[in-house]
Design a binder for this molecule. Structure first.
Ligand SMILES: *[C@@H]1O[C@H](CO)[C@@H](O)[C@H](O)[C@H]1NC(C)=O
Ligand SMILES: *[C@@H]1O[C@H](CO)[C@@H](O)[C@H](O)[C@H]1NC(C)=O
Length: 441
């Protein structure tokens, strides 16, 4: 039984991976995969033969090598290592059966289908079908594109109210955007007191005829009450477009549908898990004399280094009667005074993960300040942003199959976007000397 199966390149970089059980922990899995190559190199350096199965720090590594690739399975529990190694060999044979040759390029070019195969061949980490003839019957491909092979369901012959017959496109394409909006409220102590993720799966279908689509999501996208083990992110308020066959979803969680033509929202969902603010902002307010106030604003990108937030807009409120703004430009971004909104806006086109930036703003305050006014100065900061290739919930599209009786090929394009919701507020403006406690991972 394997918790994770991955294919790595000759340098040990993961090309594709599939988690079957979550006993390794999501973040740690990456670490274990990264550790594999150094472990191999250590053994080679010491002149030891590298066994197909070995353990390190409580993790079992089982692998085989094929041309310039490593096929690796990880488990924490005592597994039947021989069975896994045999499985890896069959996996190689299946991939060769599908792609003729198996090398790095074939992995990159056939990502979707390999993911699907990995899904079919192991269930919860237990090897299932490894018989290529059987696999070829339901997972089909032509070069790197998905191809229609499955018989169109009978329903197709009946009228589909949301889709006219006879639609024709020269190029059959389908675009799928998974957009997650994060609402969050951080209180003055720096604690997340409320947060939610609102997700929507948007589609744009430019497909001829009466296509039948099937969408596969990763295991993280578990819906309420589905207890297949594993760490399920509980989705609440899941709603589908009326084209989705709910009965099929109820029985085996398959999202299958004949799409309307053009744009529509396939599905919306909500997650009320507590999330850490991806973009943290705090402002230190320093009052000099009774007539001048200085804001030191700090932004911290609390997401992985390889991600980037685009069009970041940080709004810091100031007193309505503040005047003579002076901004000390930071190394990044642009600051503008927005008197109509009683605040100033710091815009940063691109904010890389783990980056920290500081900005200084100064205002004159004509009236004398009391504690009540000081309170107003500490109004919540709000943030807008957009991060691509990333979902906070961890939801991912594993495959999107398009099947049409004429057998055309359709290319699916998938994008992920995480952005601020309507309510992303941080009550983290504080007087100098009483900083909030920052939420860290
Ligand atoms: C912020 O929230 C935490 C947790 O709910 C609470 O313990 C703390 O007292 C709150 N701080 C303020 C200033 O409200
Ligand atoms: C799901 O159920 C439908 C019928 O209800 C069936 O046609 C389909 O093959 C099933 N899919 C899987 C993956 O089991």
């Amino acid at each position: 039984m394997a918790s994770v199966v991955a294919i790595l390149d000759v340098k040990g970089k993961t090309l594709i991976q599939r988690c079957y059980r979550d006993d390794l922990g999501e973040d740690d899995t990456l670490t274990y995969l990264e550790r594999f190559m150094p472990l191999i190199l250590d053994m080679e350096e010491e002149g030891q033969p590298v066994p197909p199965c070995f353990s390190s720090q409580g993790i079992n590594y089982m692998h085989i090598r094929h041309s310039n690739l490593y096929l690796l399975a990880l488990s924490r529990r005592n597994s039947n290592a021989a069975e896994i190694v045999i499985f890896l060999h069959s996996f190689v044979q299946v991939l060769i059966g599908y792609f003729k040759t198996l090398e790095e390029e074939s992995i990159r070019d056939n990502f979707v289908i390999i993911y699907e195969l990995m899904d079919e061949m192991l269930d919860f980490g237990y090897p299932q079908t490894t018989e290529i003839k059987m696999l070829l019957e339901f997972i089909t491909q032509e070069s790197n594109q998905l191809k229609a092979q499955i018989r169109p369901p009978k329903e197709i012959t009946n009228a589909v109210s949301w889709r006219p017959e006879g639609i024709r496109y020269k190029k059959n394409e389908v675009f799928l955007d998974v957009v997650e909006s994060v609402n969050i409220l951080v209180n003055a102590s720096g604690d997340v007191v409320r947060s939610e993720i609102l997700g929507v799966v948007k589609m744009r279908c430019y497909l001829s005829g009466m296509p039948e689509l099937r969408l596969g999501l990763n295991d993280k996208a578990m819906f309420e009450s589905i207890g297949r083990g594993g760490k399920a992110v509980e989705m609440e308020d899941v709603q589908f477009h009326h084209c989705v066959r709910l009965s099929r979803f109820e029985t085996n969680r398959t999202i299958s549908f004949i799409p309307p033509d053009g744009d529509f929202d396939l599905m919306t969902y909500r997650l009320s898990t507590i999330v850490k603010p991806l973009i943290w902002v705090e402002a230190e307010i320093e009052r000099h004399s009774e007539t001048r106030v200085v804001y030191m604003v700090k932004v911290i990108a609390q997401y992985k280094r390889k991600s980037t937030a685009n069009n970041v807009e940080i709004f810091v409120p100031v007193a309505p009667d503040a005047d003579t703004p002076r901004f000390k430009q930071t190394s990044k971004g642009k600051v503008t005074y927005a008197p109509d909104r009683c605040g100033f806006v710091w815009t940063i086109k691109q904010l890389a993960g783990r980056q920290e930036l500081i900005m200084r703003a100064q205002f004159g305050l004509p009236s004398v300040r009391n504690e009540e006014d000081a309170q107003k100065l500490r109004a919540p900061i709000s943030v807008k942003y957009e991060i691509s290739y990333f979902t906070v919930s961890g939801i991912q599209v594993r495959y999107l199959k398009v099947v049409e009786k004429s057998g055309y090929q359709a290319l699916p394009w998938v994008r992920y976007i995480t952005q601020n919701g309507d309510d992303y507020s941080l009550r983290t403006a504080h007087d100098k000397g009483s900083p909030p406690i920052r939420q860290t991972t």
